[in-house]
Design a protein around this ligand. Structure first.
Ligand SMILES: [Zn+2]
Length: 385
């Protein structure tokens, strides 16, 4: 009889459940997980809006987040492999296996309870994301903290600046180590990443804005490098472990800049344009020519892309004034990016765009390019001195 079979099955699982929890406390009922989820979601909303509306609360939450993040980062920094990848892979596989098993065995009660637990897990992930990282977006603009005045600029002004970045790039392009084929050959990732870390220490001693709890240095992706490239991601900061992960496909000329960009996130800078600016700022005065070159090549790319949008002819002429080594590096970069073009790349870019917009940067992925405003403001201030 059908009902009997159903009864027998549920009795069986109850017995297993009893054995598993014998002597321990009763497991949390399904509504318990949902109540906890509601509580965590409410806390997330309070941290997010509270940090933006009430400056003292924002400052307190940011300071707390920086201290905890730096601690996590140094703890996970003891392990050379990116833990974030194992956590992400474990989470995805765990959920898939659980879904398959419960659905195949038609354990609807277990499915319902598990689903409630997943809702809880989701709200815990959100809460940690908000409290460890998103609150940093409530900080006053980096330009303001550095005393920079960001102004509207004319095409002429921009072209002048591009010419200046070309000059800087010219002075360095033939001095960086290169392979026989002429590609940038910057050596092992780890030593580059440690160098960037040391440059941040130097910057922190010169500028109070960067004097924050010290995270560990950036790691190179092991499992997900190719996946990252396919979804148009050169690097990411993982607040749960405080890790800064760089894709394996990043070309050498860009490794220092991308490590420094993720390093800025780890130092409590949220907006993408500000991280790009911090990356340029920390690398441009390095004693290492590879780091300086990465800074100026990227400044050139962002500035000339901005010029290209308003004056194609002048942008092309300035490109031609680059030395052959730098033009070769740009070809290598474009080829590397073109390799991964496709639907998945567009999708990844769209997700990143939506994510950046959700963090309060209305320009989305275009906000990386807003670094040009900061570069010009810095340049004008230095020129006026
Ligand atoms: Zn970023």
């Amino acid at each position: 009889m059908k009902p009997r079979a159903l009864f027998a099955r549920s009795e069986g699982s109850a017995a297993r459940g009893y054995r598993r929890y014998r002597g321990a406390k009763k497991p949390l009922p399904w509504y318990g997980w949902l109540l906890l989820s509601a509580l965590l979601s409410a806390l997330s909303a309070f941290f997010w809006f509270g940090s933006r509306r009430f400056a003292p609360l924002g400052a307190l939450l940011r300071r707390g987040a920086l201290a905890v993040s730096a601690f996590l980062s140094r703890l996970t920094g003891l392990i050379p492999i990116p833990l974030s990848e194992w956590l992400l892979a474990g989470l995805i596989f765990g959920v898939l296996i659980w879904l398959t098993v419960t659905l195949l065995r038609r354990r609807w009660a277990a499915f319902g309870r598990g689903f409630c637990f997943l809702v809880f897990l989701g709200s815990l992930i959100l809460f940690l994301f908000v409290s460890l990282f998103l609150v940093q977006h409530s900080a006053p603009p980096l330009a303001q903290r550095l005393g920079l005045t960001v102004e509207q600029h004319t095409a002429d002004h921009l072209a002048e600046y591009v010419a200046y970045t070309v000059e800087q790039t010219n002075a360095l392009a033939d001095k960086v180590p290169r392979s026989a084929a002429g590609d940038c050959d910057f050596g092992p990732f780890k030593s580059l990443s440690r160098l960037v870390q040391a440059e941040y220490d130097r910057l922190a001693s010169e500028n109070a804005v960067f004097a924050v709890p010290r995270p560990s240095s950036g790691k190179r992706s092991l499992l997900g490098g190719r996946i990252m490239s396919r979804i148009d991601l050169a690097g990411y900061y993982f607040p749960y472990t405080g890790e800064q992960i760089i894709s394996t496909d990043v070309v050498d000329s860009h490794i220092p800049f991308d490590v420094a960009h993720e390093g800025a996130h780890a130092r409590g800078i949220g907006p993408e344009d500000e991280c790009n600016f911090a990356a340029w700022l920390v690398l441009k005065d390095s004693g290492d020519v590879r780091l300086r070159y990465s800074a100026w090549l990227n400044a050139y790319i962002y500035a000339n892309n901005a010029l290209f949008a308003v004056d194609r002819e002048r942008a092309s002429a300035l490109y031609s004034s680059l030395p052959p080594e730098a033009r070769h590096d740009l070809t290598v970069l474009n080829e590397s990016l073109r390799r991964f073009e496709g639907k998945l790349n567009d999708l990844g870019s769209a997700v990143n765009d939506a994510y950046i917009k959700a963090t309060g940067q209305p320009e989305g992925v275009r906000s990386y390019g807003k670094v040009v405003d900061l570069l010009l403001a810095w340049h004008d201030r230095e020129a006026a001195r």
